[in-house]
Design a protein. Structure first.
Length: 282
């Protein structure tokens, strides 16, 4: 559905060199700290920026060759864009209907009511969370094959986030669809994504299936003496701590079985981001 091969973009103080893919039938998460290159990657995929080199393929075509029919198959939510603030939802509906022949007018309006979005209020008067809800509802309302969602649950409380993720799960029940999503909320990605990429300083530094991450990765905590005698073959990152050393590993069971004296904590996405971003390579 999406394939990036050494896609490069150089700005004055930031450079990107990104390779990744999103497979049909999969939800792929893109994680990383602020300024790591997530939004730049999304814009490259959508053809909103010109890249210096590399290849971007979307729906089996070069991104710059997508026609209007192809783009109707893509639903998007971008962090720094949205609908005109001078429209209300009722006046937005004919705009969406003219853009997308498969737009489900009544379902869209029903979902807006469900999520407490006022139909006659100007969008510029919406809160950040309300604007994001509107974007998500519009993105899933026109039979898109591919969703590209940059921080789609930002500004939402936990109940609304859960409802939105539930709707996205329903979207994925149709064969042949795919989602690329970024989020700072680890629980959204852990329970929803099939695989995860981590980007830092414009480069992909990590890729793993989510099930493998949650089952096999762990944070090890130990004294300096224990670290000195540790088999470090499967240590991905380490960091000095007040109590000694913490380490990120992809082989939790090995360390549990062979080093019962050290503390082994189940890995999660937040710890992965911190350790991959701040930890040192062995």
């Amino acid at each position: 559905m999406i394939k990036l091969e050494h896609v490069k973009k150089q700005y004055k103080e930031f450079g990107m060199d990104c390779s990744m893919q999103v497979r049909p039938g999969c939800v792929t998460g893109l994680i990383g700290p602020n300024g790591a290159g997530k939004s730049t990657t999304f814009k490259a995929i959508l053809g909103l920026i010109s890249c210096d080199s590399g290849r971007v393929q979307v729906l089996g075509k070069p991104a710059d060759k997508l026609n209007s029919q192809d783009r109707q198959k893509i639903g998007t939510v971008l962090a720094d864009s949205g609908f005109s603030g001078y429209l209300d939802i009722r006046s937005l509906v004919p705009v969406l209907a003219s853009m997308y022949p498969a737009f489900h007018r009544e379902q869209f309006l029903e979902n807006c009511r469900k999520f407490d979005l006022p139909l006659d209020k100007k969008i510029k008067e919406f809160s950040t969370g309300m604007k994001r809800k509107l974007q998500v509802l519009a993105a899933i309302s026109h039979e898109a094959q591919l969703l590209i969602l940059d921080e789609p649950t930002a500004g939402m409380d936990v109940l609304v986030r859960d409802e939105i993720i539930g709707m996205l799960r329903g979207y994925m029940e149709t064969d042949g669809r795919a989602v690329l999503i970024s989020s700072h909320i680890a629980s959204d990605l852990e329970g929803f994504c099939d695989d995860l990429y981590m980007i830092q300083n414009g480069k992909i530094i990590f890729h793993e299936d989510t099930d493998v991450l949650l089952d096999s990765y762990a944070l090890l905590k130990m004294t300096q003496e224990q670290y000195d005698s540790l088999d470090k073959h499967d240590i991905l990152r380490y960091k000095k701590e007040p109590y000694g050393v913490s380490c990120l590993t992809s082989q939790k069971r090995f360390y549990m079985e062979n080093y019962p004296q050290i503390t082994v904590e189940k890995g999660n996405i937040d710890e992965l981001i911190l350790m991959m971003a701040r930890g040192e390579k062995r």
